[in-house]
Design a protein around this ligand. Structure first.
Ligand code: ZN
Length: 185
């Protein structure tokens, strides 16, 4: 089974698959076919460099890039300034304005960030699970009315059916994507 053969849950060009996520993406094809819904896998394996690129992308989308010129110019996720990662405050600001995004490398959140009623400011937030090759994202359709509503209905059905290898889904409305976690099966 190859995810490249999927017709309904299509893997976007440039997305890096792993032996852990590819079989799950193949298994999900039938759920999207039954729903008559064409959807896209928009992200797979991502390393710290990829994650830094995504942080920059969201800073631009939220109009925050001008406040963080050092982050925008940062070439390596390990770069530090006065004990903090160069991108750490800018990334914390994204969490503060509601963009759910893991840091390029595990690090402390420097701004207020409320999740499930708790402020996670001062807590260490883990590196993206995408760096382990155990996660992928399903994106909403493009256009002005882009939402993940239809995709979420299908993925909730797949979760109920206990699709092998799929353990957790997280709708990220701000990112217009559903984050999916897998385990080696
Ligand atoms: Zn994700």
């Amino acid at each position: 089974m190859k995810a490249a053969d999927n017709v309904f849950l299509v893997v976007k060009p440039g997305v890096v698959l792993t032996p852990i996520i590819e079989p799950v993406i193949c298994s999900l094809e039938i759920y999207f076919r039954e729903a008559g819904l064409k959807a896209f896998v928009t992200s797979g394996l991502r390393d710290a460099h990829d994650q830094l690129r995504i942080v920059k992308k969201y800073l631009i989308a939220k109009g925050l890039d001008k406040h963080y010129p050092a982050t925008m110019a940062c070439k390596h996720p390990m770069e530090k300034d006065r004990g903090y990662y160069v991108w750490q405050l800018a990334w914390s600001h994204l969490l503060n304005v509601g963009v759910i995004i893991n840091p390029p490398l595990a690090s402390e959140c420097l701004m207020d960030y409320f999740r499930n009623g708790k402020n996670r400011k001062g807590q260490i937030i883990n590196q993206t699970p995408h760096a382990n090759g155990t996660s992928f994202d399903i994106g909403g359709a493009g256009g002005d009315d882009a939402t993940i509503k239809d995709e979420l209905v299908v993925m909730e059905r797949a979760m109920k059916a206990k699709v092998k290898g799929l353990i957790y889904i997280l709708p990220e409305h701000n990112n217009n994507a559903i984050h999916c976690d897998c385990v080696r099966s």
